[in-house]
Design a protein around this ligand. Structure first.
Ligand SMILES: Cc1ncc(COP(=O)(O)O)c(C=O)c1O
Length: 463
């Protein structure tokens, strides 16, 4: 087993190996990788979470940039959110027909750009919310296909696996089901075709979307919508130029396609504005929300839409049993209230400025760093000159960070992603970034130490 943080963690993970999905694959790959001198990524199990920190099973205090997979805008276990969640649970238990839905829908509508998306559909998870939004777009237009982007991630349901283009393994086994999804290139600066600079590649992506697809892939009048993450989150916190989103808005208008923004991860302040589309000054026709609205405590997701799209669209049903639980609605309402009351976005912007300054010269100082990216507190550091080495370097840096008491995300991408709480104390942010820089320096000297492992089969803890 891996060089884990401590024996309690190791014991629990070992028990999970025989219970969870992928346990055999993990053990096999671990043995192969060990022969090559690599170790598996270190794992962390949260024993307790409070404010800017988590505490592992051995009681170590760890700075939390992992943020419950970017679900926690106000710090761990925010007492006010806990209080309203517990009060809602005590009062309503679970009933679908509770009184908090209306004020939540009103509060969310008030945040929408130009107040243009007044209707809301409650869903359980971001996954379900994306699927439901796509269905609403298909039903509204009477068309059969949608366009999604390379490296995007929209969830783990059947529909969202088909839609996401995280990598080509995404739809293995599902090929025959994916006829309704057209995938378009997304202009990453780190994945440029030979001979093109970034601006030229962005132009190519836009040309492909507006010219190539309608001519060679699918008739424009059979395309219902373009679904886009305003920044590729799971794809490595890659942030497009605002002109890319503006152009897509223009293409959708010219082609009569709906624009669906998936703000499950980028929304509710993560990028320094309430919604990431605000950086580009555009309004989508549907917007998918989730994660942060949970206040880090209780699941909440859904999608907002134009009145004409969702006001009278009887075939576009949605909202399963646990969509919009009383506790989830209470968490969302309180989160929105606190963000406004405490001017959380201004604090987040101050933190973003600190991060920008701290990370400014990393790409110049460390050969292994290919790129530092940031928009608000959506922060990412890219590693290596090619994807394969980059993944190993990124995972090794994440390991070294963990050894220094800083927890960040690195899934299967050649990046380490950071999601500090929007309310994190500046001192903790600085300490976490200093730990990350030390980790980068250590891996710069040692080279990659962590092998190419599948996800740890313990409910994905750790990456
Ligand atoms: C952009 C985006 N959309 C959708 C989802 C799926 O949300 P959930 O995991 O809540 O189902 C995610 C999850 O990471 C996401 O990042």
């Amino acid at each position: 087993m891996p060089d884990l943080i401590g024996t309690k963690t190791r014991d629990l993970l070992e028990r999970g190996l025989s219970r969870f999905r992928g346990g055999q694959a993990y053990a096999l790959r671990a043995a192969e990788s060990a022969k090559l001198g690599f170790q598996p990524p270190m794992q962390l199990i949260v024993d307790r979470a409070e404010g800017d920190f988590v505490y592992d099973l051995e009681g170590r205090e760890i700075i939390d940039f992992q943020n419950g997979w970017a679900t926690n805008p106000l710090g761990n276990c925010h007492p006010e959110i806990l209080e309203v969640v517990q009060a809602a649970q005590k009062r309503y238990g679970f009933h679908w027909e509770h009184p908090l839905r209306v004020p939540v829908a009103e509060a969310i509508a008030a945040t929408m750009p130009e107040g243009a998306l007044p209707r809301f559909s409650f869903e359980v998870s971001g996954t379900e919310a994306v699927e439901s939004a796509v269905h609403a777009a298909l039903c509204h237009t009477g068309r059969r296909t949608i366009i999604a982007f390379a490296s995007s991630f929209h969830g783990e349901g059947l529909g969202t696996k088909l839609i996401s283009a995280y990598n080509s393994d995404n739809y293995v086994g599902l090929e025959a089901w994916s006829g309704g999804v057209i995938r378009a290139p997304f202009p990453h600066s780190s994945v440029l075709p030979p001979g093109l600079n970034h601006a030229q590649y962005q132009d190519y992506c836009l040309w492909y979307l507006e010219q190539y697809i309608p001519k060679h892939v699918m008739a424009a009048d059979n395309i219902a919508a373009v679904l886009i993450e305003p920044a590729l989150a799971e794809g490595g916190n890659w942030i497009p130029d605002p002109t890319f989103l503006q152009e897509i808005r223009g293409i959708c208008d010219r082609q009569d396609w709906l624009m669906i923004a998936d703000e499950v991860l980028t929304g509710v302040g993560r990028t320094g504005r309430f919604w990431a589309v605000e950086h580009a000054g555009i309004t989508p026709d549907l917007m998918v929300v989730g994660k942060h609205l949970s206040g880090g405590i209780e699941a909440f997701a859904g999608f907002a839409a134009r009145d004409d799209i969702l006001g009278n669209n009887p075939k576009a049903t949605g909202g399963s049993t646990f969509a919009g639980t009383p506790a989830g609605c209470a968490a969302a309402l309180k989160t929105l209230e606190i963000i406004e009351r405490d001017d959380v976005l201004s604090h987040a912007q101050r933190l973003a400025n600190i991060a920008e300054v701290s990370m400014a010269d990393w790409a110049a100082r460390y050969d292994i760093v290919s790129e530092v990216r940031g928009l608000g507190l959506l922060l990412g550091v890219g590693f290596g000159q090619d994807e394969e080495t980059g993944v190993l370097l990124a995972r090794s840096v994440r390991d070294e960070m963990l050894k220094r008491g800083v927890w960040a995300l690195c899934d299967f991408e050649p990046q380490v992603r950071l999601y500090p709480a929007l309310t994190m104390s500046p001192e903790v942010l600085k300490a976490g970034l200093a730990g990350m820089e030390e980790a980068i320096a250590a891996v710069s000297s040692s080279g990659p130490t962590v092998g190419d492992y599948p996800a740890m089969p313990n409910g994905n803890v750790g990456f």
